[in-house]
Design a protein around this ligand. Structure first.
Ligand code: CDP
Ligand code: MG
Length: 141
């Protein structure tokens, strides 16, 4: 078993798509182990998106992710659940994401692309600890 972090970003909450998105993961068989609707502040955004600091889109990304609440969840499933989630999300640019994926079915904007998922076992461990410190140390890979 392994766990990964998923964020239904502000656009997903604003558009009323949280149920649609989480429903896809649940129907696939992934289990919800933690969840919180929260406004991500700049400090947390800069830690979560540390690898993007300095990119041309970084300022806008922080404005977007902090503008209204996100639904942050931890999902559990088989080994490398993060990979299953990433496949279901589709490409970062929704116009390149195939139909059947969350971004490919529900989005068109690279920034406002609805959903975040950890991109490796190491990221899953780091991100779960960042958002849910009480779960730190539980299997993230
Ligand atoms: O989210 P994902 O891992 O697919 O993509 P990323 O390359 O790690 O970028 C993180 C997030 O930054 C994306 O999901 C977009 O919301 C945003 N982004 C952006 O606004 N403009 C870009 N050119 C690339 C990413
Ligand atoms: Mg990423």
């Amino acid at each position: 078993m392994s766990r990964t972090l998923v964020i239904c970003k502000p656009d997903a909450v604003e558009r009323g798509l949280v149920g649609e998105i989480l429903g896809r993961f649940e129907r696939r068989g992934l289990r919800l182990v933690a969840g919180e609707l929260r406004e991500i502040d700049e400090a947390l955004a800069s830690r979560h998106y540390a690898e993007h600091v300095g990119r041309p889109y970084y300022g806008d990304l922080v404005k977007f992710i902090t503008r209204s609440p996100s639904l942050v969840v931890v999902l559990e499933g088989p080994a490398e659940t993060w990979r299953v989630v990433r496949q279901m999300m589709g490409a970062t640019d929704p116009t390149q994401a195939p139909p059947g994926t969350i971004r490919g079915d529900l989005g068109l904007e690279t920034q406002e692309n609805l959903v975040h998922g950890s991109d490796s076992s190491e990221s899953a461990v780091r991100e779960i600890a960042l958002f849910f410190p009480d779960l730190a140390g539980s299997a993230g890979t």
